[in-house]
Design a protein around this ligand. Structure first.
Ligand code: GLY
Length: 378
């Protein structure tokens, strides 16, 4: 990674204006939708095809972040509609999985925080209880995904789940029932022990024996190969352990987040553009901009948790990632949906480098952290 030298205030003022100018017509064009991706500058819609898709909270999160920054009621009304649609998922047990944090923190929890909406509180508590019900006491982890096809994944846990734990921290804050805190910290401790390698990189999937809790093996998952380092997984780990530190003040989580952050920064090429996997073949140029945006959010939060010179190091690394996204990977045409381009869901998928909604979400969240417009969601 190379640190960019810019006038930060001037740059941020410009990006803030660009986001506001783009998001209003984008929202107006996309009422009643929940987008995942965009094709030729037009958002798709998950409402009818996939109401339980794990990313369906991010559009609501964008709308709430925009509402918080601008007070425009259109954003609030649209965000509340997303919650109504997510009820289809909340009432579909097969559609519920470990990703309840990704779906109900940027929607119902934010709504409740901002407006005191009791219906939103009820939804978020139901989602938290469902997530807590996925806890495996023998292995002390939250079970990932559900079984599909012939796969029995009862003993699987994934690094992404670190980002869902704040839903349990939130539930604990509401009623001080220590079970929520215990499940979240057990999972974080298990992840720290079995997912994070000595060099600070993170595995994607770890399989445990669901009866005894013993470690069985790890799987390459959405990255290049077994033993590689899928960059979005690194970013989920970086931000996720930082969030567990913020909620618990356990210094081990911050130390872990810093090790992951250092690994992320050292392995990011001088272009500041993040590949899909830090260990993909040298002649493979595939990128995942979402990893850059998520990591930037985590780096900015780490910067708030450390002191002295360290603050500048993490802050400047985040700004470098975001500046590079803004100037080389963002589509600022107000007539086209989606901001962040060149996102990749998984290395071995057929399709790569397309817009994905959480790229936009985390980019806006990171910029809002810098401009002071953020509503803290996690
Ligand atoms: N949570 C799944 C992913 O990052 O693709």
């Amino acid at each position: 990674m190379v640190t960019v030298k810019i006038n930060e205030k001037e740059w941020l003022d410009g990006v803030y204006e660009k986001i506001c100018a783009k998001m209003l017509p984008t929202a107006e064009r996309n009422r009643h939708k929940i987008p995942y991706t965009a094709d030729n500058g037009v958002f798709d819609d998950q409402v009818k095809t996939n109401p339980c898709w794990w990313t369906n909270g991010f559009w609501g999160g964008i709308l709430w972040q925009m509402y918080h920054a601008t007070n425009n009621e259109l954003y609030r009304e649209m965000a509340e509609e997303v919650e109504d649609i997510l009820d289809l998922c909340l009432m579909d047990h097969k559609g519920m999985d470990h990703d309840s944090g990704f779906r109900w923190l940027p929607t119902s929890v934010v709504n409740y925080r901002l407006t005191g909406n009791e219906k939103s509180y009820n939804r978020a508590r139901l989602a938290a209880d469902n997530m807590a019900g996925r806890y495996n006491p023998a292995g002390q982890f939250i079970r990932a995904w559900n079984d599909w096809g012939e796969g029995q994944r009862t003993g699987w846990a994934i690094i992404d789940c670190m980002m869902n734990l704040p839903l349990l921290y939130w539930a604990y804050d509401q009623i001080k029932d220590p079970r929520y805190l215990r499940i979240a910290t057990d999972h974080a401790n298990t992840a720290m022990k079995y997912f994070i390698r000595p060099d600070g990189s993170a595995k994607h999937i770890v399989e445990f024996n669901p009866e005894t809790g013993e470690y069985v093996c790890s799987h390459g998952g959405q990255g290049y190969a077994h033993g590689s380092s899928w960059t979005r997984g690194q970013a989920w780990a970086l931000y996720g352990f930082t969030l567990s530190y913020i909620h618990t003040k356990n210094p081990e989580y911050l130390a872990c987040a810093k090790r992951i952050a250092n690994y992320f920064c050292v392995n990011t090429p001088d272009s500041n553009l993040v590949p899909v996997d830090f260990r993909q073949p040298a002649d493979c140029a595939l990128e995942d901009s979402t990893a850059a945006a998520i990591a930037a959010c985590g780096l900015l939060e780490i910067a708030k948790c450390v002191e002295g010179r360290e603050q500048n190091i993490y802050h400047d690394a985040a700004v470098s990632l975001l500046y590079t996204l803004d100037t080389t990977r963002c589509d600022w045409d107000v007539n086209r949906d989606s901001i962040v381009q060149k996102c990749t869901a998984a290395f071995h998928d057929e399709k790569h480098e397309f817009p994905i909604i959480y790229g936009d979400y985390y980019f806006i969240e990171a910029i809002w952290k810098l401009t002071g417009h953020e509503i803290f969601i996690w």
